[in-house]
Design a protein around this ligand. Structure first.
Ligand SMILES: [Cu+2]
Length: 393
């Protein structure tokens, strides 16, 4: 077992035969050496030495006690064709992909206990190497956590089948004294263990979700939707008609039903999963390219912030967008799609359904839904996506 130690570099070699031992030490230099020895002793006793025993600090600085705790379950969901699907849920019955959106305020410390209920056989089937351990984990972007909450194999912070583990996230606030920028933003969480050391199989099976960290005073949305843009031209691992299962009579908001009333503030957490580049584009709406998607009236730099309706998204990226549904454009079925043309052509396209203030779609707003249109010879003008829309690979 290696004992890691941070040792100061020797100074650059000096000309002549003067050895280090010969060199006279100044008072300041002696103090530095003493301080370093004391520091190494302290850190070594409580920190680095403990690393060898697998005992890392349990919580980040500033998070002495969790403000809130919740239970999270990783379960297997019905397959999509032949694809294994997994999901996180606040209960086993409500697991989904994406999983529940985790919302925090800066300064908050959240303890999440993850219960691994994914069958051993399923984890075994997803494993790419028989030597890789079986388990699921919770790895988060953007907020603060210690190695115990890293959610990786190398830090032994994953959950074997049938077991549980508590992860601690700290939404560290901005600190003008230290220059720490804070953690407010749009982030995501995902498995980092299923299949291999990067959780690639867990991610592509559905173990991911959005994280929103707000700063006091941030605008609060009426609705939040996660749109994860991924491989095989997928939105939330679905493509074509499967991206939009909204019932016209009784739409239930969820990962496959993006719906809002006119005037509601709708927030999208946009996540890049997988290996491809994408662009997030929404018809009829635009937003400021800022942390929240908004610019307060009267801010002196308001005019220097670009207003956009399309934003590039790379693997692992995440950002948030807030728009006012139907603002000056009214109710309707507004396309939301990747603007890489061959991606949208292949079914990477869904809808934001904006109803009127009463929650009704006004008459005359019935639409031809390109993603859901049946493949018939007389829909030649509709994109020829239906073959792709039914593929599951
Ligand atoms: Cu794309």
């Amino acid at each position: 077992m290696s004992a890691w130690r941070l040792v100061e570099d020797d100074p650059a070699p000096e000309p002549g035969p003067v050895t280090r031992a010969d060199r006279p030490r100044t008072g300041a230099r002696r103090m530095l050496v003493v301080a370093a020895v004391v520091l190494l002793s302290l850190v070594g006793a409580g920190g680095l030495a403990a690393a060898g025993t697998g005992m890392f600090a349990e919580r980040p600085d500033g998070c002495s006690k969790p403000d809130r705790s919740l239970q999270l379950y990783a379960v297997e969901l019905p397959r999509d064709g032949t694809q294994i699907r997994l999901g996180y849920g606040l209960t086993p019955e409500t697991a989904s992909y994406p999983g529940p959106t985790m919302e925090m305020m800066e300064g908050e410390c959240l303890a999440i206990t993850l219960h691994n209920q994914v069958p051993v056989e399923t984890l075994t089937a997803l494993r790419t190497n028989p030597a890789h351990p079986l388990g699921v984990s919770l790895h988060v972007h953007g907020v603060k956590y210690t190695q115990q909450s890293d959610g990786t194999v190398q830090s032994a912070s994953y959950v074997p089948p049938g077991e549980s583990r508590t992860y601690t996230w700290y939404a560290a606030p901005r600190n003008n004294r230290t220059g720490s920028p804070g953690t407010a933003g749009y982030w995501w969480y995902h498995d980092h263990v299923v299949g291999g050391p990067h959780g690639t199989q867990g991610l592509s099976a559905g173990l991911f979700g959005g994280v929103v960290v707000r700063r006091p005073g941030d605008p609060k949305p009426d609705r939040t939707y996660v749109t994860a843009f991924g491989d095989r031209q997928s939105i939330n691992l679905r493509r074509g008609e499967a991206t939009d299962t909204c019932d016209a009579v009784n739409p239930q908001p969820g990962p496959t039903c993006l719906v809002a009333r006119k005037g509601e503030r709708v927030e999208f957490v946009v996540i890049g999963i997988g290996n491809d580049m994408h662009t997030f584009h929404l018809h009829g709406h635009s937003w400021a390219d800022t942390r929240t998607g908004m610019v307060s009236n009267g801010q002196p730099f308001a005019d220097s912030v670009p207003i956009i309706d399309n934003k590039t998204l790379g693997p692992g990226d995440s950002f948030g967008v807030q728009v006012v549904a139907g603002d000056s454009v009214g109710p309707g079925h507004w396309m939301l799609h990747c603007h890489m043309q061959f991606h949208s052509d292949a079914g990477m396209s869904t809808m934001l359904h904006v109803l009127d203030e009463n929650g009704q779609m006004p008459p005359g707003m019935d639409h031809e839904h390109p993603a859901a249109a049946p493949a018939t010879a007389d829909t030649a003008s509709a994109p020829a996506t239906d073959g792709a829309a039914h593929q599951h690979n």
